[in-house]
Design a protein around this ligand. Structure first.
Ligand code: ATP
Length: 515
């Protein structure tokens, strides 16, 4: 665990040192759970968004995009249920004065029991070797069964309490489980209270009678309220999808994991409108499609897993998360939900407008069902940084390399004049002018070439092009590859051919399609 925490800390400082992510308003000591993206971070983030956007809109001819406003009519959030029910149960520890989510404390307790079970399984796997039958071991081993019974009982009690939002019972579970505050180590807890996660502000001056409005806590509602506009103006036939990327805001109670849980973040959501009754097929299809999108990045299939929800929101009839193996364990990066016709029906009810689809084949009208895929850009960013970060020993020296998929790398080609004189910088400029229409390039002149290579490795640049005296004579350069560190002498005229498509988003899109 210490080691994992260590990796996470290194990752956070790497993000800052190399211009990926800075704490917001840092010169004023920062603002809780709000972050800014730096010069390299913004490029990586934009590439992630492009990868998602193009996978949605280019690979599916029945998905179109929109860009709805952050401010929406306040009734939207009444209809969606956010005003009444977008709450987290919070609890404070009186000694440390730290605030926690009661549900998270209990889930961590469940995870601890799960860990114990997994440890038993791993121990047995080592002992039995090849002959190990995991399913049988789990079903028969006394200690595992004991833990499992404990887990089941706690899980049942927790689910019941959450479904009824029984705050007293949540507190009682925390007391019965003897959960302590990780800071103070005590069980001196307050009662559990509800806390609404939406930020509000006022629109218009008080003289006009200002209206209380919310910063959207999810982008999805902008899609639902535009369903009719898009369907009619685009003459869309079911099934079809609407994709959107945009900011969302949640006043998170516990926001301690860097960009994993932020108060201002970005979502990429797609609502897929379908005929009622077909939802479970589409749900299964989207589960597969979305996992393939993640896997095409090449971090290894073992880094991902599904986490199916047993406890469903009242409007959902199937839900799963795609989790990534972060430095602090498997965590949700994306949610896939079968949301029935809940949102459209609610908006029809609250707005008084008919929100239906006329099916030209069956000649009936109905409210479409929806499958939603919802992923956080920032969490995706964190998972990519975590998956790409490596420390290696090279000739007795430490090298930190970000093995980013080249298509996502902030800089594709670094052009490095060996010395900052003798016409080499000018030659580098000439190469830049040749390549910059196709690739994001950077010229770096300061420091020794070795140091410059390391700096480019640390930001994940897949190719370095070194310009030296010989370049002026024969128009060749040294091309260095990030992952292998191999170097090749190549003609400037061949650079395009060698780098080619491998650094473009299209190469990632092809990987999804070909899998
Ligand atoms: P969690 O259980 O972690 O709070 P959630 O289930 O509430 O997440 P959703 O409402 O399903 O999350 O949102 C969809 C996606 O948006 C999540 O999978 C995550 O990637 C992202 N997301 C949600 N909340 C945050 C946040 N506070 N900071 C960063 N990303 C977030």
């Amino acid at each position: 665990m210490a080691n994992q925490e260590d990796v996470f800390k290194k990752l956070v400082s790497h993000c800052k040192e190399y211009g990926f992510v800075f704490p917001s308003s840092e010169i004023y000591d920062g603002l809780g759970a709000v972050y800014d993206y730096g010069q390299n971070g913004v490029e990586l983030k934009n590439n992630i968004k492009r990868y998602w956007w193009e996978a949605m809109t280019k690979l599916h001819e029945n998905i179109v995009g929109i860009d709805a406003a952050i401010f929406m009519h306040p009734t939207v959030w009444k209809a969606s249920g956010h005003v009444d029910a977008f709450n987290d149960p919070l609890i404070d520890n009186r000694d440390s004065k730290k605030r926690y989510r009661a549900d998270v404390l209990i889930e961590e307790q469940l995870a601890k029991i799960e860990d114990k079970i997994n440890k038993e399984v791993e121990k047995a796997r080592k002992r039995f070797g090849e002959a190990f039958d995991e399913a049988q071991f789990r079903a028969t081993n006394g200690r595992v069964l004991e833990y499992q019974t404990k887990w089941n009982a706690l899980h049942q009690r927790y689910s019941d309490a959450m479904n009824k939002m029984d705050l007293d019972e949540l507190k009682q579970i925390i007391l019965d489980e003897e959960i302590v505050c990780p800071i103070s180590g005590t069980r001196n807890w307050t009662d559990v209270r509800q806390f609404n996660l939406m930020f509000s502000t006022e629109m218009g001056s008080t003289a006009d009678g200002a209206m209380k409005i919310y910063l959207r806590p999810e982008t999805a509602q902008g899609i639902f309220v535009n369903y009719l506009n898009v369907q009619k103006s685009g003459r869309m036939k079911l099934p079809f999808g609407i994709a959107q990327i945009g900011k969302a805001f949640r006043n998170e109670i516990v926001a301690r994991q860097f960009i994993f849980r932020m108060r201002e973040f970005e979502q990429m959501e797609m609502q897929f409108f379908i005929k009622p009754g077909t939802e479970l097929d589409w749900f299964a299809k989207w589960k597969k499609t979305r996992l393939a999108w993640h896997k095409a990045l090449g971090f290894g299939d073992l880094m991902y897993r599904y986490h199916d929800h047993e406890k469903l929101a009242h409007y959902a009839n199937a839900a799963t998360d795609i989790e990534f193996n972060m430095p602090f364990g498997f965590k949700e990066v994306e949610g896939i939900h079968s949301r029935t016709n809940f949102d459209l029906s609610q908006h029809a009810k609250y707005s008084g407008k008919k929100i239906e689809y006329f099916d030209p084949e069956t000649r009936e009208s109905y409210v479409p069902y929806v499958i939603e895929t919802s992923i956080g850009v920032d969490r995706m960013f964190l998972s990519i940084m975590a998956g790409a970060y490596r420390e290696e020993e090279v000739n007795g020296e430490r090298r930190v390399v970000l093995a980013l998929p080249p298509a996502l790398a902030p800089v594709k080609v670094a052009i490095l004049p060996l010395v900052n004189k003798d016409g080499l910088p000018e030659k580098a400029e000439e190469i830049l002018r040749e390549l910059r229409y196709d690739y994001t390039c950077q010229i770096e002149v300061k420091d020794s070439i070795g140091k410059r290579y390391r700096r480019q490795d640390a930001i994940g640049t897949p190719y370095c092009v070194t310009v030296d005296g010989q370049t002026l004579e024969d128009n060749t350069v040294t091309l260095r590859f990030r992952d292998t560190m191999e170097q090749e002498r190549v003609a400037i005229a061949d650079l395009h051919k060698i780098i080619g498509d491998s650094v473009n988003i299209s190469s990632l899109l092809r990987k999804i399609e070909n899998d």
